[in-house]
Design a protein around this ligand. Structure first.
Ligand code: SF4
Ligand code: SF4
Length: 415
């Protein structure tokens, strides 16, 4: 490698103390100079706004592992542009320097596309303004009389959404209103979709993308961002969304369809108390009707997730949450019919399965009547009745096929 190649000529021109927006512009120029094999977009800005939120969605995205946020921010995923994140809690910039990035986006001065991620619900700021206050704000702007007015995050959403490449509603408060929009709330909170209206389309033609969950699974957020980025790069198809703007591949199945306790439900065995291993429907689980992938994906790094750790589903990903799922921890009305049907079928199927299980737990050489040579405990020989049932079962199992060990000429067993 020549000395000339080792010289960081363009890097020395970067002002590392400039705002993140300016720094990115300089870095971009440097990258273009060095002709790295990048896609059509090398940088996308993400403006994270927080409305009526608990910051839980921010914490969730920090825990993502597939892909992790670090890879998105460092631009180290092949084919994907680097993300420059402007986040009220995570950004190192503060004050005017931080707000300037938002102002540049509003004036369309970034020179590259940007995405808006909104966490929390959108409060009705007209209600707060009646008493001279505000519900949630970011930065302040000078008024004609020289005073400063906090800028509500709802206003920022209205200002940035029209030119955004995409608007992501992150978490149930942003997607459907969530807890801040529950009955009796004084804030007039609503979802991003309610705020922007059904006619809203981003500059790339997308309606609001909804990523529900309270809090959402971090991987659901970063994976969706990743698929949108690859689409913007022209490297992937537009990901499939359902009629409510949820990523279809993440939210088309119910929790129940992927739950590790579904086998207990199917056999009609139910927990009566928390801490038991069986299906939790009778202690208040709404999983059979709730669209969520947490039991399959886990909460963080494929670990945890409601029923996986003993909790019930209270429907936190659903537009009806929380009011339509109240009161929590009470048996959902529909389960009276469905769980009793499972009980009835299960009472017949379960004993038959246990018989088959008993025989499949024996090596073929042990047959049905030999003792099991285990030093761990005494294994009882199957009763005559069970042997008859199993003989019928096996006859049906090998109907039209050859049982391993049978002679192809005589049809008889070898041992
Ligand atoms: S615990 Fe809930 S989600 Fe799991 S099997 Fe039972 S009802 Fe379905
Ligand atoms: S399983 Fe239910 S309560 Fe748990 S995250 Fe999914 S929707 Fe929310």
């Amino acid at each position: 490698m020549s000395e000339e190649r080792l010289e960081p000529s363009s890097a020395t021109q970067i002002d590392w103390f400039a705002s993140s927006t300016d720094r990115e512009r300089q870095l971009r120029a440097e990258r273009e100079q060095s002709k790295l094999p990048l896609g059509p977009l090398d940088v996308v800005h993400v403006f994270w706004l927080a409305g009526m939120s608990c910051d839980g969605c921010s914490i969730a995205v920090l825990g993502a592992t597939s892909p992790p946020i670090e890879q998105l921010l460092s631009g180290s995923i092949p084919g994907a542009p680097k993300i420059v994140l402007h986040h009220p809690v995570l950004s190192v910039e503060a004050g005017k320097a931080f707000v300037r990035n938002f102002e540049m986006a509003e004036r369309n001065e970034l020179g590259v596309p940007y995405v808006v991620a909104f966490e929390g619900s959108v409060a009705d700021e007209r209600l707060a303004a009646q008493s001279g206050g505000y519900w949630s704000a970011l930065g302040a702007e000078e008024q004609e009389d020289g005073s400063h007015r906090p800028i509500p995050t709802a206003d920022w959403l209205g200002r940035l959404a029209p030119n955004a490449a995409a608007v992501l509603a992150v978490g149930t408060c942003a997607t459907w209103g969530g807890v801040p929009a529950a009955a009796g709330n004084p804030t007039g909170s609503m979802s991003v979709m309610d705020y922007l209206g059904s006619d809203y389309r981003s500059s790339y033609g997308l309606p609001v993308v909804n990523l529900p969950g309270c809090s959402p699974i971090g991987d659901n957020i970063t994976e969706t961002v990743m698929t949108i980025l690859l689409f913007l790069q022209g490297l992937g198809p537009l990901p499939e969304f359902d009629e409510l703007g949820r990523p279809a591949w993440l939210f088309q199945s119910t929790v129940h369809q992927q739950c590790g306790r579904a086998g207990f439900y199917e056999e009609g065995t139910f927990a009566e108390h928390y801490g038991e291993k069986e299906c939790l429907v009778e202690v208040g689980c709404w999983g059979p009707v709730v669209q969520c992938n947490i039991t399959a994906r886990g909460a963080i790094n494929h670990m945890g997730g409601c029923m996986n750790t003993g909790g019930i589903c209270i429907g936190c990903t659903m537009p009806g949450f929380p009011d339509r799922f109240a009161p929590f921890y009470k048996t959902p009305p529909g389960s009276t019919l469905s769980s009793n049907s499972s009980r009835l079928v299960g009472s017949f199927i379960r004993p038959l399965r246990r018989i088959t299980q008993e025989f499949q737990n024996r090596e073929p050489g042990w047959g049905a009547t030999k003792d099991v040579p285990s030093g761990w405990g005494h294994v009882k020989r199957p009763s005559v009745a069970k042997r008859v049932v199993h003989a019928l079962y096996e006859r049906y199992q090998f109907l039209g096929s050859r049982k391993p060990g049978d002679s192809p000429y005589t049809g008889g067993g070898e041992s």
